[in-house]
Design a protein around this ligand. Sequence first.
Ligand code: BES
Ligand code: MN
Ligand code: ZN
Length: 500
Amino acid sequence: MKFAFAKPALPKSGTVAVTVATDRALGAAGRDLDQKTGGTLSRAMKASRFTGKKEETLAILAPAGVEFDRVLLVGVGKGEDLSEAALQAVGGAIVAALDKSGETEVSVLLDLPDGGTVAPDAAAAELAFGAQLRSYRFDKYRTTEKKEAKPSLKKIIVLTAEPDTAKRAYGRLEPLAESVAYTRDLVSEPANVLNPESLADRCRDLTDVGLQIEVLDLKKLRKLGMGALIGVAQGSAFEPRVVVMRWDGAPDAEDRRPLAFIGKGVTFDTGGISIKPAAGMEDMKWDMGGAAVVIGTMRALAARKAKVNAVGIVGLVENMPSGTAQRPGDVVTSLSGQTIEVINTDAEGRLVLADCLTYAQETFKPRLLVDLATLTGAVIIALGHEHAGLFANDDWLAENLLAAGRSVGEPLWRLPMGDAYDKDINSDIADMKNVGSGRGAGSIVGAQFLKRFVEDLPWAHIDIAGVAWSKKDTATVPKGGTAFGVRLLDRFVASYHEGK
Ligand code: BES
Ligand code: MN
Ligand code: ZN
């Protein structure tokens, strides 16, 4: 998709999208166009159920009195509801309405109602950002799709009074949209293509955007003593990898300690010897979603030259059953020195994260830790696909993550932790076991397990099992891998560590 920003002027071809507020309220540009077309816009609205609600659309083909081919009315709702996320959704709605129409080019007449908090030039940029997010598609493996079935839209021109400032604002958002797409590509890639070794190799390419990349191979992981992570990987034909990505964007900061982001990267989770049922097992290709979000976030921070020091660490393994696989009852020694009785080989994510958490703390002495993981099916029972689960040992960190999630439309819901839950993972023969004894509170028990590997520093765990993949299209997220967390962490960094 190509994007451009220009001063308002009606084109000679293509589609003109016109924003309409609640109760069919046209702005000045809309009224002007209505007049030019002999009242076609108001007549079309009256003849339909279109009222101008946010994300509603109505196409009018071959309007009289103008040279272009189509008017697309786009609802934007009430002025006071026009947040950044709402403007992005409007951009997404335009893409969704035109991508199957055969249209290749749309000029958007941005004619917003009063009362919004986003300035018009920024609004133009947010709209383009939303359109870019929505136009993402993972189609590299479609070889027979007919041209008529492919998305048609190629170019979006946003018409606004201050095109140069809009373009600059969009320039700041574009690297983020590209990083979201990069993350979605990783999440969608099947596990015969993306395995721990090939994913680590892809990470190496991120030196191009300015990240420092270090890949720890099996020999190194053994030497370090990451017994918990290695145990998960030992049934696979692929070696595990831990990838360390560094971005030092604030080398002169008074406090140079980095923020650390940790991701679960299980490139396929069969469950291991505690094997999962066949139905739906293909979903477990995206059990590396946490790692993908960490990789995408680090990419975004580097691409926009964020003034922050950050380190991203992802634990990459494949969880397979085989003659060399870990057995239920095995005891492994983690990098922290704590021993773990592996009761269920399907509770593997926490084993991988445990060693990454320890490595992050020992190696980088970070200011804070945030880990992301498709950790538990239980979080889907609790929160469905609308919120990710948030766990934290620090209220300040939790509040700031919650706020960042709210403002970018990637909402979190905090769940409790406590000693009573922690007791549930005491083992009779080792320091702990990897699952609780009951069936309740599975997501909390998972978080309690991780907490045993966190020393005295602010830490948050985000369980994205319910939100990493979507089975339906939403305004800015087409179905498939969502990259939920990339925009959130980028905003978290911008708001609380760069003072933006
Ligand atoms: N990767 C799964 C969690 C998951 C389930 C993610 C469904 C996305 C969709 C994780 O490794 C797992 O298997 N967790 C177990 C934990 C249990 C054995 C304590 C689960 O949720 O059943
Ligand atoms: Mn599992
Ligand atoms: Zn898993």
